[in-house]
Design a protein around this ligand. Structure first.
Ligand SMILES: Cc1cc2nc3c(=O)[nH]c(=O)nc-3n(C[C@H](O)[C@H](O)[C@H](O)COP(=O)(O)OP(=O)(O)OC[C@H]3O[C@@H](n4cnc5c(N)ncnc54)[C@H](O)[C@@H]3O)c2cc1C
Ligand code: SF4
Length: 275
């Protein structure tokens, strides 16, 4: 396997058929397990900005750097602090976190499920205690990123090597025609995130251990000008915006995910109290 380390975006543009990598905390295990395959890896750390500049955050900034940054909104700081383990946060980048793959055990074990191009959702029919409570018809996976939920509630804008888009538009629900969960094109690189000012924000997370666990349910809340934005991690195949607290009444849990709706309600209540 070849490893390229481009030093300019121009070099990278010719890399559309290659696998990008930053901290490698997601890419390396997926390569090891044969879920991803690549002849050429492109380490993007030489070209993706790292660090915080006013309201812009380089996508190469690590979660460890963000959890210790007093100038960013609390929701983002807390989401980074509560994610993964210290070692993973030291290596894992913001951009890589937004693009991490599902933790659905059937997908990780390479069952030929819909996200792998097959015609069944093994989780819907099988074990799905950790799965989604919204938009779980086609694929019931639950998006694992704490950070993405926080950025969604905060109303972040993404700057890529090709365009500018609201974070919400980075994600899409998979369907029969297109099984992708993200809208990035091959070779497109996330460069920076831009955050609008918010008055208050928070991120609360329920996990099955106190440390180093993915969100069973994560709730991010941000307040601007009397309006509140709420987003869920672990609630749908993609980070999920709740139009209002009562939007949880419209959840469509599977037989063994109804408990998540109760947890989400409790976290939403606490998050609203906090902000
Ligand atoms: C055991 C474990 C526990 C974890 N727990 C949590 C958790 O509780 N909460 C949570 O939110 N996350 C959790 N994570 C996810 C972790 O935060 C991510 O793996 C990490 O942030 C990914 O960053 P990276 O730089 O290592 O990405 P990489 O592995 O390098 O890349 C991940 C993906 O992003 C792409 N990519 C990377 N950077 C860019 C870029 N700038 N532009 C375009 N594409 C890019 C790669 O091609 C790849 O598809 C956990 C991970 C592990 C392994
Ligand atoms: S939830 Fe999604 S990833 Fe998991 S088995 Fe079903 S289709 Fe596959």
């Amino acid at each position: 396997m070849e490893l390229l380390r481009p030093s300019s975006l121009a070099e990278l543009d010719s890399a559309s058929d290659k696998l990008l990598l930053a901290g490698g905390t997601e890419v390396v295990p997926l390569l090891r397990d044969g879920i991803l395959r690549a002849d050429v890896l492109v380490d993007v750390r030489g070209i993706v900005p790292r660090g915080i500049n006013g309201n812009r955050i380089g996508a190469g900034t690590t979660l460890a750097e963000l959890e210790a940054a007093p100038q960013i909104p609390e929701a983002l700081r807390d989401a980074c602090r509560l994610a993964a383990s210290p070692q993973l946060r030291n290596m894992g980048s913001l951009g890589g976190n937004l693009l991490q793959s599902t933790r659905c055990w059937y997908w990780r074990l390479q069952y030929p499920c819909r996200l792998h191009g097959g015609d069944r959702c093994h989780a819907r029919e099988g074990e799905h205690r950790e799965h989604a409570i919204f938009a779980n018809d086609f694929c019931a996976s639950a998006h694992p990123s704490d950070v993405a939920a926080a950025l969604l509630a905060l109303g972040a804008t993404l700057h890529t090597s090709r365009r500018e888009l609201p974070l919400a538009e980075l994600y899409r629900l998979p369907d029969e025609v297109d099984r992708e969960l993200v809208t990035l094109e091959p070779g497109e690189v996330i460069l920076e995130l831009e955050l609008p000012a918010v008055e208050a924000s928070t991120y609360l997370k329920a996990m099955d251990r106190k440390r180093w666990a993915f969100p069973q349910v994560g709730v991010a809340a941000a307040r601007v000008g009397g309006e509140v934005r709420l987003a869920l991690a672990g609630g749908a195949p993609i980070p999920w915006l709740l139009s209002r607290p009562t939007a949880l009444d419209a959840a469509t849990p599977l037989p063994r995910t109804a408990w998540k709706v109760d947890v989400a309600r409790a976290l939403v209540r606490r998050a609203l109290d906090r902000i």
